[in-house]
Design a protein around this ligand. Structure first.
Ligand code: HEM
Length: 456
């Protein structure tokens, strides 16, 4: 990792994100929201946003505050701003969820909570965009993986704008006809911009860099990588800008979504080719657990494309859209997120503790902070849970779905215990754990700003 500082609050983002994941899994295992409630029911909206905003978006923001500077070898514009940003996002999420409960009649408070939550979330994401935008701007010309991140950041802007419009219309703050049209027909755009643009496209950009870094493989910038970028970016631009225009001018949204979908599939295929190449060209022969589990998540991503095509052929996509969204969120995005967290937490903790004393005293290697043979069973259990839960949704078996999610919950708790042990240096040999000049890391934030170091 070249010449960059540690992002002070990234661990707080990760902790908040993991708490949201556990909360969502508890709710699903308890039978809250879909499939017990309708897809559009307020209970499902609560669940969806705990996952999309609380878990996946906070995880992504925390990772970006650390890895955008790594990608471009320039420091983060502000290392202070992420804390108020997190406060805004958490307050916004809480208000949004209360707003959904208001729609369900569970909360009877009179204030327009949905709109307040949307504005706070809008503010939080604006701060994310400002901080990362200034960081990227200072580093022009930018490497290719960061172009994916820029498109991802534009997509969260679009997702938030659509979300804010929905919230304002639903809470009765506005009845302006174009905005009502957007609220009535814009849901697919909100979902694609969020899951496809913000979470998937950004994850793709970060994964190009992280997989190459952690497997010691060459950086990719050839025609397939550029192709994946242009196909994906034009799919998103078409769906978001073209889709919004079609809604306002009463054009056909279906045509736009279909062309965008084809471009998106092409981008996925090109990305798949690149990733296979990265795994084959790696110099690190023994693949670490994080990269093996990331490969499973990437397999799930490819399986999503296959599932969508099969459901389309049988005319069953609309009926099974919840199963597809579930598989994208938990098989692909959460699978990749958990596997990369396993390495990132170890790597950042190692850098924080031992970076400053490297070369001055004996220090452990990054891999000495983790015990892979213990962690693997939780990852295997997690993926078994996800596959079973997706199958249960496809086969309309709500009780089996709850059991499968309970398995995911146990597995996630197991993975979190491993992360906490890593952060606590609990698995490092006592003789190497805390040499002179090294202090015990805190769970929720990082101490040091570091000189340039290479991992061992
Ligand atoms: C500023 C942030 C956001 C706000 C204010 C917001 C707001 C909303 C609102 C009000 C709805 C209900 C729309 C309706 O039923 O007419 C909705 C639906 C939805 N949102 Fe968001 N959202 C935000 C971010 C996100 C993100 C980042 C994602 C995904 C990555 C996401 C995924 C979804 C999904 C999948 C639905 C449909 C859920 C269902 O029908 O059960 N949202 N959003």
């Amino acid at each position: 990792m070249t010449g960059v500082t540690l992002s002070r609050w990234t661990m707080s983002y990760f902790a908040a994100a993991l708490a949201a994941l556990i909360a969502a899994e508890c709710l699903m295992a308890a039978g809250y929201g879909y499939p017990a409630a309708a897809i559009g029911a307020p209970e499902t909206l609560v669940l969806v946003h705990i996952v999309a905003l609380g878990w996946l978006s906070l995880l992504m923001c925390g990772a970006l505050f650390q890895f955008v500077p790594v990608m471009i070898a320039k420091p983060l514009y502000s290392n202070m701003l992420p804390l108020p940003t997190l406060a805004c996002l958490l307050a916004g999420l809480a208000a949004l969820l209360l707003g959904f409960l208001q729609l369900a009649g569970v909360v009877t408070q009179g204030a327009p909570l949905l709109a307040i939550g949307a504005v706070l979330l809008g503010l939080g994401f604006s701060l994310v965009l400002w901080n990362l935008g200034r960081t990227l701007w200072a580093a022009r010309p930018l490497p290719l993986p960061s172009h994916f991140v820029i498109v991802g950041l534009c997509s969260i802007g679009a997702t938030a704008i659509f979300g804010i419009v929905f919230a304002f219309v639903l809470s009765g703050v506005t009845a302006y006809p174009h905005l009502v049209d957007v609220a009535t027909m814009g849901l697919p755009i909100h979902i694609i911009a969020g899951l496809g643009g913000w979470l998937t496209f950004t994850a793709i950009g970060v994964s190009y860099r992280l997989l190459a870094m952690f497997m010691l493989a060459p950086e990719l910038k050839g025609p397939t990588t550029r192709g994946a970028f242009y196909a994906g970016a034009s799919a998103l631009a078409l769906i978001i800008i073209g889709g919004a225009t079609a809604i306002c001018l009463h054009g056909s949204l279906t045509v736009i979504l279909s062309i965008g979908g084809l471009l998106g599939l092409a981008a996925m295929a090109l990305y798949g080719t690149d990733i296979l190449h990265l795994y084959r060209a790696r110099k690190r022969r023994k693949i670490e657990l994080n990269s093996r589990m990331a490969a499973v998540a990437l397999g799930n991503f490819a399986a999503t494309a296959a599932l969508i095509i099969i459901l389309l052929v049988f005319g069953a996509l609309e009926r099974n859209i919840a199963a597809v969204v579930f598989f994208v969120a938990f098989g692909w995005l959460s699978g990749l997120g958990l596997s990369k967290l396993y390495k990132i937490v170890a790597f950042l903790t190692w850098l924080e503790c031992y970076g400053p004393v490297l070369g001055k005293t004996a220090t452990p290697r990054v891999q000495d902070l983790v015990v892979e043979h213990r962690a693997i069973r939780w990852f295997v259990l997690y993926f078994l849970g996800v596959w079973s839960a997706t199958a249960a949704l496809l086969l309309a078996q709500p009780s089996a779905f709850r059991v499968a999610v309970a398995v995911m919950l146990v597995a996630t708790a197991g993975i979190i215990v491993q992360l906490v042990r890593t952060r606590r240096l609990a698995d490092v040999q006592a003789a190497l754990r805390l040499p002179a000049g090294v202090r015990q890391p805190r769970l929720l934030f990082s101490w040091n700003n570091l000189p340039e170091r290479k991992p061992t």
